[in-house]
Design a protein around this ligand. Structure first.
Ligand SMILES: *[C@@H]1O[C@H](CO)[C@@H](O)[C@H](O)[C@H]1NC(C)=O
Length: 392
């Protein structure tokens, strides 16, 4: 109130307007009061409940990579531009020189790397996300967010539904997949509550609706390995086949789940406080896991994750399509077998990067945002140790 009066008085003084013209003041009050009242009412009425997160588990000093390239778009190429709608995950068949990727229009596409020709291979009728080739080279395994876990025969392109539920709970967001040398398929359901279209609600609500699962094609059995995960996303076998590394997007972490040996069934930290929100994870056969980062850990996200009421407000904005863009500086992270961050490729102009795959000297990035795969020559544009600045 005093603020309005003061400004009006100043206005009256400088402009010499007639006293009593209070319309600007009334306007101002109405202008401010109506949206505030509306927001309060909407906030109260809205049934959406954001949960409190275990803050200490995701809030700590951000880990940084030994080498970085913060301008990954410089020198990057676009592969298959226009023919690929949000290629989320990438699987490489070295024999044919082809990348398999699942797109938003339901197509699993094949991208020939020699000339970037894109072929519509098989349409799942859903939305293929995680994708991996089996070790016999006769199946392509797909985590289809709408259908469940699928296998597609390499020769005929026949789609088969392997599983769509576990313990009586249907998958709503089948997301990441990998397959062990013994044929067991490991995959995630990011949420049993929200679908891909509504994934932002799952993030904002922040309940642990995700699960890590396995499917054994010999018995047709689906098992839940871990319940209560915070947006369970990418999963990768370790090269020695003893454990899985899986990403929990919301918690900015990857954890290790043992599938063999004395510690079978136990879970331990792998990387905490990642410099961004992790999506898919892939092992490159040369000592590094590559993790797609959809966004860096921005201050706005950190605040939102800390305070449920902020997430509820953001959810209200989301509902009316007013949510400000909070994702930036996405990219990919190379991490060694001990969980040490080796290299980080990112760019302020990148967001919603979902996967990083290293093939030869190139890094390929998939996303849920762009109509192409991004390719970067790592020899020409390497990540480098940050230069130390000396202050005098
Ligand atoms: C697994 O399911 C298939 C059908 O998809 C069936 O033909 C097969 O007999 C089943 N195997 C077992 C061990 O139940």
């Amino acid at each position: 109130m005093p603020l309005f009066e003061a400004s009006e008085m100043a206005d009256v003084g400088s402009q010499g307007r007639r006293k009593g013209s209070r319309w600007p003041l009334v306007f101002l009050i109405v202008l401010v009061a109506i949206p505030v009242a509306l927001a309060v009412v909407l906030y109260r009425l809205d049934s959406f409940e954001a949960a409190a997160l275990p803050i200490h588990e995701f809030s700590g000093p951000t880990t940084t990579a030994a080498a970085r390239n913060g301008h990954t778009l410089r020198g990057a190429e676009r592969v298959g531009e226009g023919a690929l709608l949000a290629p989320e995950d990438l699987a490489y068949d070295s024999k044919s020189g082809v990348i398999y990727t699942g797109c938003d229009d339901g197509w699993v596409k094949r991208v020939r790397l020699s000339d970037s020709v894109v072929e519509n291979w098989v349409n799942t009728g859903g939305r293929p996300l995680g994708i991996v080739l089996d070790h016999n080279n006769d199946q392509v395994l797909v985590a289809d967010t709408e259908k469940g876990l699928l296998s597609i025969s390499r020769e005929e392109g026949v789609v088969k539904l392997l599983t769509e539920e576990a313990e009586g709970v249907k998958f709503m967001l089948t997301d990441g997949v990998d397959v062990a040398e013994d044929g067991i398929i490991y995959f995630t359901d990011a949420s049993h509550k929200y679908s891909l279209d509504d994934f932002m609600w799952d993030i904002l609500e922040a309940n642990p609706n995700g699960r890590l699962l396995s499917y054994d094609p010999r018995t047709n059995l689906t098992k839940v390995l871990l319940h209560d995960l915070y947006f369970a996303n990418g999963v990768s076998l370790s090269p020695d086949q003893t454990c899985l590394i899986f990403c929990e997007t919301l918690m900015r972490r990857c954890r290790k789940y043992h599938i063999k040996g004395e510690r079978k069934g136990s879970v331990e930290p792998f990387i905490d406080f990642l410099p961004g929100m992790p999506d898919n994870i892939r092992y490159d056969g040369e000592g590094l896991y590559w993790i797609g980062l959809s966004t860096e850990a921005t201050q706005s996200w950190d605040l939102a994750l800390r305070y449920p009421f902020i997430r509820k407000l953001v959810a209200l904005l989301e509902k009316y399509n007013w949510r400000p863009k909070m994702e930036k500086n996405g990219g990919a992270l190379g991490v060694d077998l001990e969980g040490k961050l080796v290299s980080h490729y990112h760019d302020p102009g990148l967001s919603l990067i979902s996967s990083g795959l290293k093939i030869g000297n190139h890094l390929y990035l998939g996303s849920i945002a762009y109509p192409y795969i991004i390719r970067l020559n790592l020899l020409k544009y390497p990540a480098q140790p940050p230069t130390t600045t000396t202050t005098t």
